[in-house]
Design a binder for this molecule. Structure first.
Ligand code: PMP
Length: 607
């Protein structure tokens, strides 16, 4: 029954939302038809005498239907997002509190892969020898380490990350702290006078080699610290050169200077939100973007982060999510190092238990380049800002970073690490309309984004000198130098791979240390070479790795039970996880009953 005059609200709403849904489904958000064609269309049924509600019940039905159709696109977008989300970000924060910590006894450690008595005995002796060897090799370093132990929170965290948790007590007996006093090419001279080959990369800062950095520092310090001091506010003349070279490298006209990579990411994401007036930032599968908890959603974060969406790397569904939610996504941020280990966190010895990790290295460059091109096209089409977090890859993959290496251009680029020749820095480059911190239409709308040490004269001068020096390096020639060991590599970033599973691969970092190789705090999961490594340094490294491998063999750490060793290990790890869950549940129950220390009561004993 047609009753246009009585109460057409539900009908208009119904048809309007129906057309809205069709519009959302079939028109891109940037379509010029988007400004409400659906409203005009929804009036058509009224003029064309299409049935509208004639009584209250019909009205309620129409309204409910209208409401259902209205929320359909949103439901579709949410479901799509759920399909594309990376698993680590879906897991609620309390998951990390479910596993309870425990340590194996010394004897259980030695048999943690089901090894028989004679192998456990062999390991016991090898382990005692290794403790002894490290203690004898590094007495002064160990003493200094002992003196700062308990006072330097950062080192305490690194130690915790080094090995899988049931082995931590065992690992604590091994001292590997490097106390460096001097560098000589890629070698560190430690407090005990040893020359140690350094593939730690100084957290990724050491791209051009310590000698290069020393030369920059010596020149810059003389010009700025000696002659000028830390004058902040007035700008240094070198700022001109630094900015213009940074502009050339990034392909962007403006730049903002900060103190760390973390700050650069904070700046870029905040500016993207401010200038697009949109809420969400998209990151990809377990990529690291600094320690700010707003870019670390998921397990381990103590607070929910409501404005980040973590999607799967290299997935077409992720692109669909960006397309369908472009109206609320301010920016997509990519850490190009993920080409090395897509959808996985940076490898560490705590996780390198088993078989060869699928590092995605073989076709990394081409696959990732294709992915970046698709992402670029999606962002351009939908008006979403594409940010490259080049804090690690900038100046490492190529002078122009990942943009040059993959030949894909970003809208905003974050730099850090090596940029200031070894001094603390973060930088963001982008176009004027994205770098603006004020709203020309609303004078009170400001993005308050400043910092005391921005454009510090020493740092500006070091940045200028670094960019000048980087221009002179032939990256291709450096990357093509032979890689003598079977390690996965992505330009100058390497990763140890193991062809057999084993529970003691983590010991490799300690044996390498005893063979005078300095690894990064994440251990054998990330070796960062500086570009001054030559054939001789690589040969030395190869010899040290082979000796460390022999140590692993001799110690019985690579004993295997046979072709099914991998499932034996899996079973034992599963048992440990089950035990860990039991420990945790037990503590919680004890706490609930008011018995003993319960959950969280072990703070004093925490590592
Ligand atoms: N982004 C990326 C890609 C990084 O690798 C890092 C540091 N490893 C950061 C951000 C944070 O930089 P910083 O440690 O200088 O704060």
């Amino acid at each position: 029954m047609v009753n246009v005059g009585r109460c057409p609200v539900g009908g208009v709403l119904f048809y309007r939302t129906l057309f809205s849904a069709l519009k959302v489904a079939f028109l891109p958000p940037t379509s010029p038809l988007s400004p409400d064609v659906s409203f005009v269309l929804s009036l058509l049924p009224l003029t064309l005498n299409v049935p509208l509600p004639s009584n209250l019940l019909d009205e309620v039905c129409y309204l409910s239907l209208g409401f259902a159709v209205l929320i359909l696109p949103e439901v579709y977008r949410k479901l799509l997002t759920l399909c594309a989300m990376h698993v680590a970000s879906i897991a609620p924060p309390y998951v990390s509190t479910v596993l309870g910590s425990f340590s194996h006894s010394d004897d259980a450690c030695l048999r943690a892969d089901g090894a028989p008595d004679d192998v456990a005995e062999q390991r016991k002796k090898a382990f005692a020898d290794l403790i002894d060897k490290l203690a004898k090799l590094f007495p002064k370093s160990s003493k200094i380490y002992d003196e700062i132990d308990g006072r330097f929170s950062d080192i305490r965290f690194f130690d915790v990350k080094k090995v899988f948790f049931p082995f931590r007590e065992m690992a604590k007996k091994l001292s590997v702290c490097v106390v460096a006093t001097k560098t000589d090419g890629p070698y560190l001279v430690d407090a005990d006078g040893h020359k140690i080959l350094d593939v730690s990369g100084s957290y990724g800062v050491n791209v051009i080699g310590y000698e290069g950095f020393k030369s920059i520092g010596n020149r810059a310090h003389k010009e700025t610290l000696n002659d000028l001091g830390p004058v902040l506010g007035p700008i240094h003349p070198d700022l001109r050169g630094a900015l213009s070279m940074l502009s050339d490298v990034s392909g962007q006209p403006e730049c903002s200077l900060h103190m760390s990579g973390t700050e650069a990411v904070m700046c870029a994401t905040r500016l993207a939100r401010f200038n697009t007036k949109k809420k969400f930032i998209v990151t990809f599968g377990a990529a690291y973007h600094g320690w700010y908890d707003a870019v670390q959603p998921g397990v381990g974060n103590e607070r929910p982060v409501p404005d980040i969406i973590v999607l799967k790397d290299q997935s077409p569904v992720s692109l669909q999510v960006i397309r369908s939610r472009a109206h609320e996504i301010a920016a997509v941020i990519v850490n190009p190092l993920q080409a090395f280990t897509p959808n996985q966190p940076p490898p560490s010895d705590g996780t390198l238990i088993g078989k060869v990790r699928d590092s995605g290295v073989t076709n990394a460059r081409e696959d990732f380049r294709k992915w970046l091109l698709k992402l670029r096209a999606t962002c351009s089409k939908t008006g979403v800002v594409l940010i490259f977090d080049e804090v690690y890859t900038g100046f490492r993959l190529a002078p122009g970073g990942a943009q040059e290496y993959f030949n894909v251009k970003a809208d905003m680029i974050c730099y850090g690490k090596a940029l200031a020749g070894g001094m603390p820095i973060g930088a963001v480059c982008g176009p004027a309309e994205l770098m603006r911190r004020y709203d020309p239409d609303h004078p009170l709308r400001l993005c308050y984004l400043v910092g005391t040490f921005s454009a510090h004269p020493s740092i500006v001068t070091m940045t200028k000198k670094f960019l000048e020096d980087v221009k002179k390096i032939d990256y291709q020639k450096k990357h093509d130098e032979g890689h003598p060991v079977r390690l996965a590599h992505f330009a100058s970033v390497w990763l140890f791979q193991y062809t057999e599973p084993g529970r003691f691969h983590w010991l490799m970092q300690y044996y390498l240390r005893s063979r005078m190789v300095n690894l990064a705090w994440v251990g054998t999961g990330r070796l960062s070479f500086s570009l001054d490594f030559n054939q001789e340094h690589l040969s030395t490294l190869r010899a040290s790795i082979l000796l460390a491998c022999q140590d692993m063999e001799d110690g019985g750490w690579w004993w295997t039970s046979g072709p099914n060793h991998s499932s034996v290990i899996k079973k034992m790890v599963n048992k440990e996880i089950a035990w860990s869950l039991t420990v945790s549940a037990g503590r919680k129950i004890r706490a609930m009953l008011g018995l003993g220390r319960g959950a969280g009561g072990n703070r004093k004993k925490a590592i």
